[in-house]
Design a protein. Structure first.
Length: 249
């Protein structure tokens, strides 16, 4: 079905259809028991109405729209570098008073940078676009130039941050190594997808900042002690670890 839609629909219509179809299934609870979507449901237990949430790598809004519903008295900052994905975000949540959208990538410095847009059988893999890696300089995959801004400069403008969600396909260390002061001072909860190559450096980074690494076991959040795999993690400041009891109740 997705392949057929991809072939017959203009790109913007196809991407918008993916967003609509996701939220149809999500709101009906039909994705609740699928491993790939466990965090999408668990954030309902975490996000408070007054939260200031930053979504790095907002993609098609599968988290950002939900954040905007949950933090209805707070603020959602959604960051998405690809213009075609940003257009979907703008269409569905750009009009909301508690949402602020930014069509940029975060990184070491401001300027332009190349993203790789992987395809399978000629169809865009919407969850896999990423900043070009050194070994991909001769890639035959589709590429696209996007705008990047300095991570520290961007975060410097926010007085309060309660929650950060980040899913940027291997680029996470380039962002978080510039957020040490933000995490030390603002103490947000961090939802982070980690490429296994970044495990050691990010696990140590958060440990030094007195964060506890947690993962989801079904719909229960538990302290995570294994170190050999990547995936989705929740990093909680040690002074907030008692929130686990509330979330798991």
């Amino acid at each position: 079905m997705k392949k057929l839609l991809y072939l017959i629909l203009p790109e913007k219509a196809y991407l918008s259809t993916l967003h609509r179809f996701f939220y149809l299934l999500y709101d009906l609870g039909l994705l609740k028991h699928k491993e790939a979507f466990k965090f999408h449901y668990f954030v309902k237990r975490i996000i408070e109405p007054q939260f200031m949430v930053i979504d790095i790598g907002a993609n098609l809004g599968y988290f950002a729209k939900n954040f905007s519903r949950l933090a209805h008295r707070g603020k959602v900052i959604a960051i998405e570098p690809l213009p075609q994905f940003y257009a979907v975000l703008d269409h569905f949540i750009g009009h909301k008073e508690n949402v602020e959208l930014h069509n940029v990538a975060l990184g070491a410095q401001s300027g332009s940078i190349t993203m790789v847009l992987p395809q399978t059988n000629g169809m865009l893999r919407t969850g896999l676009p990423h900043i070009m890696r050194p070994e991909e300089k001769s890639t035959t995959e589709k590429t696209q130039e996007v705008q990047m801004i300095n991570t520290a400069d961007f975060f410097h403008t926010f007085e309060r941050i309660d929650y950060i969600k980040c899913d940027i396909e291997g680029h996470e260390w380039e962002v978080f190594e510039r957020l040490k002061d933000v995490l030390a001072n603002k103490r947000p909860i961090v939802q982070l997808e980690i490429d296994p190559k970044n495990n050691a450096v990010l696990f140590e980074f958060f440990e030094q900042l007195n964060y506890v690494r947690c993962g989801l076991d079904g719909l229960a959040c538990k302290i995570e002690r294994t170190t050999h795999f990547g995936g989705d993690f929740l990093f909680i400041p040690t002074e907030k670890i008692e929130l686990l009891n509330k979330w798991n109740a």
